[in-house]
Design a protein around this ligand. Structure first.
Ligand code: FAD
Ligand code: PYC
Length: 421
């Protein structure tokens, strides 16, 4: 699937002319390539992390003989299925540094890629409903501020000022006590992140190959030297995998196991309505969250479906419980119709932190385990993974996320950091 690129960008006349001419002057944003037999680096997975990695390999490290292999279409995995929340309110210094770099890179990404990713820094708030939650939010805010993250605590009046449709009645199901607020947080257009990186990488010479599924690895003298795909065998000096919910499947093809479980995380959108919510509201205790997209739809999500699964759809019971929480928090949303519901397969690690680094098979490297929270990490994930693939050495920000932490015990427990547990 190729997104269209305008010849003269930013020109309203060019847009009008193309509309009237039947769009004959538009060229594809990236070329859909056939695979070549050999590359310097192969990146498996055309989601945000794979595409960003390819872009930074070419842009930062000057490595342009790069192929991104995607079994379906780029952005068709979790990158195109998520609810696009970007924030860096993580607890541990290693995570704060990584996610904060990502927010900073997002701030300049439209300009960097010359592609509007529609990053809207409308703020994200995690609402506390009880005194106990206020206490734990206060502790989290203190820890995050020590890590240099710009987080604040706001009181009930400030929350209701920012999200006036929250139920403020005295006997409501989810009373508002206050919230943790990150004003720099917000949302971006997910497909645009994938398309923007794809176009920029393609411009630098990266091959983006869709409909190309990795089905096995070529191993010589104990080292991965290539991949077997439905479109032939391709060799490479280094191979990176950024396949999110399919990480365990690829690992088993390479002959090792990962400490990951794959779950369905679902999301849904309402019919479009007039602007009524210009921040992201997440609930600390019920896990549900909502924001309003530029099209006017309410974008809603909540807890994981509990059974491990590779199904890219969710169970009705979870849809129902998420919507019940949203309607309890925002009674006026009860009259809205639900337009669409879908799911993605997320890869959850035991400490809810990503795994980045070499694998037990030399020549093959990992970027996975982002679970429910890897969209926000795409620019930073791509930056650190590109450095690893270019040099064979960790970027300073990824060293702590090495697979070896599950044997050393140096876990980075961020289980509180997502709304979904
Ligand atoms: P993906 O985008 O899934 O890309 C991996 C790609 O690998 C896929 O396109 C897949 O087709 C391809 N692939 C798999 N196997 C093979 C193979 N054998 N050969 C070739 N290609 C292969 N994160 C946030 O930060 N904020 C949010 O608000 C948020 N909300 C979410 C809501 C939902 C409903 C879901 C499902 C996830 C959410 N996430 C969120 C998580 C986020 O979407 C993911 O962590 C992130 O998109 C992972 O990006 P990725 O590039 O690693 O994976
Ligand atoms: O990581 O912020 C997040 C998130 C929200 C919903 C799903 N993931």
């Amino acid at each position: 699937m190729n997104a269209p690129r305008r010849k003269s960008r930013y020109s309203a006349w060019a847009l009008l002319r193309e509309g009237l001419r039947g769009q004959r002057g538009w060229t594809p944003a990236w070329e859909d390539r056939d695979p070549e037999p050999e590359y310097e680096v192969i990146v498996i997975g055309g989601g945000g992390h794979g595409l960003a990695t390819a872009y930074y390999l070419a842009r930062t490290h000057g490595i342009r003989r790069v192929a991104v292999l995607e079994k379906g279409w780029i952005g068709g995995g979790n990158t195109g299925r998520n609810t696009t929340i970007i924030r860096s309110n993580y607890f541990h210094p290693q995570s704060a540094a990584l996610y904060d770099l990502s927010v900073s890179l997002y701030e300049g990404l439209s300009r960097e890629l010359d592609y509007n990713i529609m990053f809207s820094q409308r703020g994200i708030m995690e609402v506390a409903h009880t005194d106990a939650e206020m206490e734990s939010i206060a502790r989290a805010v203190n820890a995050m501020r020590i890590n240099g993250v710009d987080i604040e605590m706001i009181d009930r009046d400030a929350v209701l000022g920012m999200a006036p449709l929250l139920d403020a009645s005295p006997d409501c199901r989810w009373p508002v006590r206050g919230a943790l607020l990150q004003r720099r947080g917000g949302t971006a257009r997910h497909d645009a992140v994938a398309w923007g990186y794809a176009r920029a990488a393609d411009t630098l010479g990266v091959h983006i190959i869709q409909g190309c599924e990795v089905q096995g690895f070529e191993i010589e003298a104990g080292r991965a030297v290539g991949v077997r795909t439905n479109r032939g065998t391709l060799r490479a000096g280094r191979i990176g995998m950024a396949v999110a919910g399919s990480s365990s499947v690829l690992a088993s093809l390479a002959g090792f196991r990962l400490p990951l479980q794959s779950y369905t995380l679902q999301a849904m959108v309402s019919e479009p309505l007039e602007p009524c919510l210009d921040t992201v509201v997440m609930s600390t205790s019920n896990g549900a969250y909502v924001s309003q997209s530029d099209k006017g739809e309410l974008v809603i999500g909540g807890n994981l479906d509990r059974c491990p699964s590779y199904a890219q759809r969710g169970s009705f019971a979870v849809t129902q419980s998420v919507l019940a929480s949203i309607v309890e928090m925002f009674p006026s949303f009860a009259t809205l119709k639900l337009m669409r519901q879908w799911g993605g397969t997320v890869d959850a690690s035991p400490d809810n932190s990503p795994i980045i680094g070499p694998t037990p098979l030399p020549g093959l490297y990992l970027n996975c385990g982002w679970g429910t929270g890897g969209f926000k990490a795409i620019p930073a994930g791509g930056t650190v993974f590109a450095q690893l693939l270019a040099t064979g050495e960790h970027h300073p920000l990824s060293a702590a996320f090495d697979l070896s932490r599950f044997t050393t015990g140096a876990l980075i427990d961020e289980s509180h950091a997502g709304v979904q547990h």
